[in-house]
Ligand binder design. Structure first.
Ligand SMILES: Cc1cc2nc3c(=O)[nH]c(=O)nc-3n(C[C@H](O)[C@H](O)[C@H](O)COP(=O)(O)OP(=O)(O)OC[C@H]3O[C@@H](n4cnc5c(N)ncnc54)[C@H](O)[C@@H]3O)c2cc1C
Length: 288
């Protein structure tokens, strides 16, 4: 279902449980339901880094609001160039990734040692004393020059050095001339309120103490699902309710048309239609 419905650049790793593979949508289709129309990327997204836990298992760690917009970071594509405003919402940032396709998968988030100490990075918490375990596991890259880091992450060294230098000039002026990072209230609220900064989302990166993690576009929810009526009943091909069959949550076509109005949209939709469905069933039982 992922291959048929999600963008080719979407990560095969997701935070979904291993057995969540669309079984219930398929059951609904077999009972006569229909899939709604495709809604672009058919999902809501966040960029994630992939951490192999020492005790086993893969953590798909979302970079939602704690690090991407903080000052002193940037994200590059395989050409060593920025391709989007890093402080966009997680969903909008991933839509930018999809616009750039394979060039931006994986994307590389570049920071320096002080950044990790202050804000953390992905699974690494702020003030973590030794980064060695993360470097040894391959989660985190470390280098003492842009060229050395570029060689590790497979991007052109000169381009990466230029990108870091240009971002450092934006940090000095407080203006991101390329992608306007830190110009909206949402972005600034995820930045650093330190008053000494000209822009809460822009800060210098020390090119002699560099680190990087790879970011992959991963779904936080899917948007395409069974077409339902306002009571949560699944509708058949003719648009008539299938008696006794309900869907809610990710099994239901997004009521927001695949857009992402904000956090809570998925669980809000799930609760609302589950409630409507339960009331509808209860009313039906009362009448029987
Ligand atoms: C890190 C993260 C953060 C998020 N933050 C937010 C947020 O802040 N606000 C928000 O609104 N949404 C958020 N979401 C999205 C939201 O969590 C999901 O959209 C929502 O949980 C989907 O609910 P659901 O009931 O449709 O599916 P699920 O929660 O996936 O439930 C489906 C259940 O069905 C079970 N199942 C699967 N197959 C079978 C089978 N064959 N037989 C029996 N059981 C089966 C599964 O085990 C699972 O328990 C977030 C998602 C992630 C990953």
């Amino acid at each position: 279902m992922c291959t048929a419905n999600l963008p080719p650049a979407a990560s095969i790793h997701t935070p979904a449980g291993p057995f969540a593979c669309g079984t219930s949508i398929r059951l609904g289709l077999a009972a006569g339901g229909q899939l709604g129309p495709s809604l672009g990327s058919n999902g809501m997204w966040f960029p994630s880094s992939l951490w192999s836990r020492p005790a086993g298992g893969l953590a798909v760690h979302p970079h939602i609001a704690l690090d991407r917009a903080k000052p002193g970071s940037l994200i590059v594509n395989r050409h060593g160039e920025r391709f989007a405003n890093e402080a966009l919402s997680y969903h909008d940032f991933c839509e930018e990734v999809f616009r750039h396709g394979e060039d931006a998968v994986p994307a590389w988030m570049i920071v320096d040692r002080d950044f990790i100490h202050r804000y953390g990075l992905g699974v690494i918490r702020p003030r973590t004393r030794s980064l060695q375990p993360y470097v040894e596991s391959g989660y985190l890259k470390a280098a003492s020059s842009p060229e050395a880091l570029a060689a590790q992450i497979g991007v052109p060294g000169e381009a990466l050095a230029r990108t870091i230098e240009r971002c450092n000039s934006f940090a000095r002026s407080g203006q991101d001339e390329d992608f306007h990072r830190g110009e909206s209230a949402y972005q600034r609220s995820n930045g650093d309120p330190d008053r000494r900064l000209k822009n809460p989302c822009l800060g210098p990166i020390n090119p002699a103490r560099l680190h990087a993690v790879s970011l992959w576009p991963t779904p936080l929810a899917t948007a395409r699902g069974l077409v339902c009526g306002t009571n949560g009943e699944v509708l058949d091909q003719a648009g008539d309710p299938i008696h006794g069959l309900y869907a809610a949550g990710g099994d239901m076509q997004s009521v927001f048309g695949g857009q992402y109005p904000g956090a809570g949209a998925q669980i809000g939709q799930a609760m609302t239609f589950a409630w409507a469905a339960a009331r509808h069933t209860a009313n039906g039982l009362k009448q029987e």
